[in-house]
Design a binder for this molecule. Structure first.
Ligand SMILES: NC(=O)c1ccc[n+]([C@@H]2O[C@H](COP(=O)([O-])OP(=O)(O)OC[C@H]3O[C@@H](n4cnc5c(N)ncnc54)[C@H](OP(=O)(O)O)[C@@H]3O)[C@@H](O)[C@H]2O)c1
Length: 285
């Protein structure tokens, strides 16, 4: 379900690289009736801030701060979108400015809520989210879980914000590694498939732009059918007539191990996410 409002809470984003800027753009693209309040942002990479400093419409909503501390002071909900390697330093830097009523949302792959709570301090609220880059076009899938001190209301606040940029699922923290593989990384796997199918079209003579548009829209159609209730096998059965083109293509995919390759991509990405969590935990011991 997509909620429609981001009202009430002052939001901050620390790190506006790939995912932080995509979340910000998704929030900015939300209908003005969402009651979006001012969003404070900061990034140590000045280039990442440029796009948000120059546009006057964006400037009306986005406050580009001069430090992480300023974002923390300005915000009740802080979205932390930095790489896991700098997470500890950034959380410790902002911890003194985050009260026990405020919420820290981390999108870092593999960073456990208990680890972040350890940096932030006893009793402070952490929500861990795995979004994907689809946020850029308000089509993210977010899975989230709350840490020890966050309450159901805090989870609802996080869901309210993130639902503006796509679907949100509450999950247990132990599921976040596989969701990282399936969705956080998975959107890149789908991009690779769209690209490969477009290449097939180009190989057979289509101009690249046309091949790419048709490939992407075909993926969209399949996704919408699945979400509307058609199973993947029903879509295959409805398309593959005896002796026809589709069954020939499906056989080609099967005989070249496409299914195993896609399953392995998700499994390996999941294992990498778990590996990052273990490294993080080991560093703390
Ligand atoms: N990219 C995705 O699709 C995706 C999806 C789901 C989750 N995530 C998670 O999101 C996090 C960010 O990933 P990303 O791909 O967006 O990385 P990114 O593009 O490198 O963005 C991180 C930004 O944070 C900046 N930064 C570094 N140190 C900082 C500090 N001390 N204070 C403030 N900003 C700082 C970086 O600057 P520099 O460039 O100068 O280092 C960069 O602009 C990761 O933990 C990742 O696991 C990413």
């Amino acid at each position: 379900m997509k909620a429609k409002k981001v009202e009430g809470n002052r939001i901050g984003i620390i790190g506006v690289g790939n995912i932080g800027s995509s979340i910000l753009r998704g929030l900015l693209a939300a209908d003005s009736s969402t009651g979006l309040e001012r969003i404070s942002i900061y990034d140590t990479n000045k280039k990442a801030l440029l796009d948000f400093e120059s546009d006057s419409e964006i400037k009306a909503i986005v406050k580009v701060c001069t430090s992480n501390e300023e974002v923390a002071k300005n915000s009740e909900v802080i979205i932390l979108a930095v790489k896991p390697g700098v997470m500890k330093a950034v959380v410790k830097e902002i911890a003194p400015f985050i009260t026990a009523d405020e919420i820290l949302i981390s999108v870092a792959a593999g960073a456990l809520t208990k680890t972040i709570e350890g940096y932030l301090g006893e009793g402070k609220k952490v929500i861990r989210v795995m979004p994907n880059i689809g946020a850029r076009v308000s089509e993210s899938v977010c899975a989230l879980c709350k840490g020890r001190y966050a309450e159901t209301d805090d989870e609802e606040i996080a869901k309210g914000i993130l639902s503006v940029i796509g679907s949100v699922y509450s999950v247990s923290e132990s599921d976040l590694d596989v969701i990282t593989g399936l969705s956080g990384s998975g959107i890149a796997f789908f991009a690779a498939i769209i690209d490969a199918m477009a290449d097939g079209g180009v190989y057979k003579g289509l101009p690249r732009d046309l091949a790419l548009a048709i490939s992407a829209e075909t993926a969209l159609g399949a996704a919408k059918m699945v979400l509307a209730g058609d199973t993947p096998s029903a879509i295959q059965a409805m398309t593959a007539s005896p002796g026809g083109t589709t069954i020939r293509g499906l056989y080609a995919m099967d005989s070249r191990g496409v299914k195993a390759a896609m399953m392995t991509a998700v499994i390996d990405a999941t294992e990498r996410s778990a590996e990052i969590s273990r490294m993080d935990t080991a560093n703390e011991e």
